[in-house]
Design a binder for this molecule. Structure first.
Ligand SMILES: Nc1ncnc2c1ncn2[C@@H]1O[C@H](COP(=O)(O)OP(=O)(O)O)[C@@H](O)[C@H]1O
Ligand SMILES: [Mg+2]
Length: 402
């Protein structure tokens, strides 16, 4: 094997045992789990102190592999780095379970999906354009605003001395436009006057090498809402009854109360690295105590936010109430963290009595169904028409047109 290919083959022996789900995959698959691993993926030299915070732990990858193998498939881990094309050519997976955060560039979360589409290899969750948009919080908010969905008033700054829009009111909140895991967010993110606003904008631009997103500060309760499903999810899912008529499952709501946390009022980077039981950890309440009609409006808003950017199968939407108690969209995570017992999506699904295996397999089978890899329950009806891709081997003799 080429030495440049770093891969960890599953210890499970190859098996033709058909998976246990119904509707069934036609045969067992070779599934590649693609991710950036903490401590293994090389970080950019000029990155901020919290660079790489979104990368996965090795144990998480192994748990995902075990969950997939438990249903009869074989798995292989492939690091999401520049060796990926060679590894794909060598391994030839039937489908990829994508967790890749990417390393460089303004659309880094979309790079692996883009490569997989180039090679016509099926993969899970959202596609290229959606992952690129979701990584860019300003672009996402522009789309939501265009669709009439509520989100805090905002302005993006490419430089610290741009004129401030008159319609923005203090206090304001400043964040890097394209990060996650609370990166670049701490007590200094809330500003009450223009001088500190400009200092903080400059700090974000210099440290994160990207625009600063300035929003009105939302002082109300904070929720994160897990979204799972698709209009035709029940036709392909092993658990069709979990989906409502619109094709989406309603998980319980998770409330994050950061009022007495390490960064009071902000679920920022330090708060996101703490575990339950640590000092100054925010309170995570799931199921959150939310009365109607707020509970339904949070669920519906999250699904609308997900659909507005054509997200597929799974996401997590962060929402806060404004000073009048109106839910406002903050951001959407189309590649939500998957650390068992820790990541918000997993905590929410576990509170809904899903085990880890069920979460992983649901994402895998919803993804696979988009490529015709699973026969629908009602074989004659048509789902999202996506052809079964053939693997296009790399570096084969290709004919060029002028
Ligand atoms: N406009 C805002 N008003 C109040 N708090 C905010 C605002 N935007 C972000 N926050 C706080 O910062 C946290 C992280 O922001 P978010 O946009 O969700 O970034 P990340 O991708 O890092 O999770 C939120 O969970 C919330 O506590
Ligand atoms: Mg968030």
């Amino acid at each position: 094997m080429d030495e440049t290919i770093r891969e960890i083959e599953s210890t499970e022996s190859e098996s033709d045992k058909p998976p246990s789900t119904t509707p069934r995959p036609i045969r067992a698959w070779r599934v590649a789990v693609i991710a950036n691993v903490k401590g293994e993926t090389e970080l950019p030299m000029d990155g901020p102190a919290d660079a790489g915070a979104e990368f996965d732990r090795k144990e998480t990858i192994q748990e995902i592999q075990s969950a997939i193998e438990s249903d009869g498939h074989t798995t292989v881990f492939i690091p999401a780095d520049a060796n990926l094309p060679f590894a794909l050519a060598h391994i030839r997976p039937d489908i990829c379970f994508n967790l890749s955060e990417g390393i460089y560039g303004d659309a880094r979360e979309a790079q692996i999906p883009a490569l997989l589409e180039l090679f016509r290899i099926p993969y899970t969750a959202s596609r290229v354009l959606t992952n690129a948009i979701a990584l860019d919080k300003t672009m996402t908010k522009r789309i939501w605003r265009d669709k009439g969905l509520p989100t805090a008033a905002f302005q993006e700054f490419l430089r610290g001395d741009e004129p401030l829009a008159d319609d923005l009111e203090f206090p304001m909140f400043i964040k890097p436009a394209s990060e996650g895991t609370g990166m670049g967010m701490d007590a200094g993110s809330i500003v009450y006057d223009e001088k500190s606003l400009r200092t903080r904008i400059n700090w974000v631009i210099q440290n994160y090498h990207q625009p600063a997103l300035v929003e009105e500060y939302l002082p109300g309760r904070e929720f994160t809402v897990a979204v799972m499903g698709r209009e035709d999810a029940a036709r392909f899912s092993p658990r069709p009854s979990i989906y409502e008529a619109d094709g989406f499952h309603r998980f319980p709501l998770l409330e994050v109360d950061s009022s007495s946390s390490v960064t009071p009022g902000i679920y920022g980077h330090s708060a996101k690295t703490l575990h339950t039981g640590d000092a100054d950890v925010p309170q995570f309440i799931c199921p959150a105590s939310v009365k109607e009609p707020l509970a339904s409006s949070l669920q519906d808003l999250a699904i609308k936010a997900h659909k507005a950017i054509n997200a597929l199968d799974v996401s997590r939407v962060d929402i806060r109430l404004d000073k009048n108690g109106v839910p406002c969209l903050m951001e959407i995570n189309t590649l939500p963290g998957m650390t068992r017992g820790f990541s918000d999506l997993c905590v929410i699904a576990e509170a809904d009595h899903w085990n880890y295996r069920e979460i992983i397999l649901e994402i895998l089978y919803l993804g696979a169904s988009r490529y015709g890899m699973i026969m629908p329950r009602d074989k004659t009806a048509r789902g999202i028409p996506v052809q079964i891709p053939d693997f296009v081997p790399l570096m084969q003799n290709q004919r060029h047109s002028r």
